[in-house]
Each structure stands twice: as C-alpha cells, then as structure tokens.
Design a protein around this ligand. Structure first.
Ligand code: OGA
Ligand code: MN
Length: 296
C-alpha cells in the first residue's frame, strides 16, 4: 500500500532563474498520488527538479519516470548490448570497455540545446541519474526559456510570433555528424523539423523561446543573411547567464528537465576520469504556438 509521504516533501528553489531541490522523498519507494502531484506541479513551476541522495536501480528509476508519461526507447548506439534488458535507458558516459564506448556524449562540451527538436514530436523532458561523477567538470547547465522570451523587446516578440525555424538533424549535441548524414554548408539545406520560434507550453500555457541548436538553424522564408542575424540576436539573448543554473553532480543526484521550456548544455571534463549517468526520456508532443496567449 502507498504510504502517505506528501507532507514530508519540500521543494526549495535554487534562487537562480530556474530549478529547485526536492527533499524528503525516497524515489525507490512507492509514492502516493498527492506526493506525485506535488512533484509534478513543482516541475512545471521550476522547470528543473533535483533529487539528491537517491539509490535507484534501473527498474525503480523507470517506475518513477513512467509516472510522467510514456518513455522513449533509447537510440541504438555503438557498444550497446544486443539484449538490452531496459531499452528505455540510455547510458551517458565517457567510459570505454575493451576500447568501446559504453555510452553517449563522451567527455566533450555539449553546447546549449533542446533535445531532439529536429524531430516533429519532441520529448517532454528527461531524467538523468548520476552513478559515477568526475572529481571536476562535467557540470550541466540549464536555462529558462520562458524568461528568455519574456525579456525580449516587444517589437522582437511581435516579429518572431509569425516565424518558424528549421532544426538541423545532422549533428548530435557534441556537434558530431550523425551516421548517414552529409556535411551541411548552407543552413537552408539542412534536414530536420520546422517549429515555431515561440512555443506555448501545453500545461502552463506560458510562452517560451524555442531554439533547439544554433548550428545550421534556419528561419523559414528569410534571406539567409537575415535569418543568421535574427538567430544571432536571439541566441545571444537566450545564452545569457542570468537565465542559467548549473548542476554540479554528486553520485545519487537525479535531475529532471522540462525540454519544452528549458535548454541545457554540459561542460567538458577530463577524459581520464569517469562519468556514468543513466537517462530516460518522456515521449513528446508537437510544439505549437497559440497566438491567443498574447494580447493583440
Ligand atoms: C542529455 C544531455 C548532458 C549531461 O542527456 O540530453 O545533454 O550532462 N546530457 O550528460
Ligand atoms: Mn541533451
């Protein structure tokens, strides 16, 4: 039977533009509906939640994640076991066994991005759980795209309300060309989904600046130089540190982000140290802008 735990849970904002710590909950234990509601509401309010000191095996991790919705299957990658018992877990790691990477993203820097925005349907969010962390580096930054949108000059808000951006699918978060894709020299030729620059969050109804990745992005219908100028201006604004908060990982941290209204990035770290995370991703929806959310 579920134990009543909601009255033990507290949610403490970090004081930065986004993110809050959730304490008083052991995610390996069953959770009652009131506790889950508190957590889900806190996630929508703070965009990023951090739970420290957790002890989760893959089944418990997946049990918690599934409360937020159906999970995506992990993409197939080199080094993956043939019979993977948990296809909804992606390993993020620089560790090599017998010369083969056991996970994704290596030790490199990952620039600001939204996950998989190059697809028509994009993930709602992800949960990342730290199993091994390097002594330094490998911090993950998150930034608040509601606030980035809210603080744009009014004329720029009006201008981008009618615009859509194509999100390049040819490169991954570490900037590497994906298998089977060719090098793009003209952003107008990049493959990938087209989404509005302003995204209305389906739950909170707030608008967020929806950028994806800078490289090879293209604003549909504009001359290339104008698209580049506008993207430069939007990215310079959105990358401002005042919208950001950094997670410095400890073993047992679980961090979840809302991929509809927050971007993230990762610092590089020493390739000689080990970093091992398990990650799972909540299946997503098609981004849209509801113009009724802005006053005429
Ligand atoms: C991701 C990602 C950053 C990290 O999992 O999508 O960008 O800190 N990870 O591993
Ligand atoms: Mn990512």
């Amino acid at each position: 039977m579920d134990r009543p735990t909601a009255n033990c849970i507290s949610i403490t904002p970090t004081g930065a533009s986004l993110a809050a710590d959730v304490s008083g909950v052991d995610l390996s234990q069953p959770m009652d509906a009131a506790s889950f509601k508190l957590i889900e509401d806190g996630w929508h309010e703070h965009l990023i939640l951090r739970f420290r000191g957790q002890h989760l095996d893959d089944p418990r991790f997946l049990d918690f994640a599934r409360k937020f919705g159906e999970l995506d299957k992990a993409p197939i990658h080199a080094g993956q076991l043939v019979e993977d018992p948990f296809p909804e877990i992606t390993v993020m790691s620089n560790i090599k066994v017998d010369g083969k990477s056991i996970g994704n993203l290596g030790h490199y820097e990952a620039e600001w991005h939204t996950d998989m925005s190059y697809n028509e349907r994009t993930p709602i969010g992800s949960l990342l759980y730290a199993i091994e962390v390097p002594p330094e580096g490998g911090n993950t930054g998150f930034s608040n795209m509601y606030e980035a949108y809210d603080t744009l000059p009014a004329a720029l808000k009006r201008r981008i309300a009618a615009l859509q951006c194509r999100h390049d699918s040819s490169r991954n978060s570490a900037g590497e060309l994906r298998k089977g894709f060719k090098e793009i020299s003209d952003p107008r030729e990049a493959p990938g989904a087209v989404h509005p620059l302003i995204r209305t969050h389906p739950v909170t109804r707030r608008n967020a600046l929806y950028l994806g990745r800078r490289r090879n992005a293209y604003i549909i219908g504009l001359p290339l130089a104008d698209s580049e100028d506008l993207l430069h201006e939007l990215w310079a604004h959105a990358s401002h540190e005042r919208f950001a908060w950094y997670q410095v990982w400890k073993v047992g941290d679980l961090v979840m982000w809302d991929n509809r209204c927050a971007m993230h990035r990762r610092d590089a770290f020493d390739p000689a140290s080990r970093r091992l995370m398990h990650r799972t991703q909540i299946k997503g929806d098609k981004p849209y802008f509801d113009s009724a959310t802005v006053a005429a």
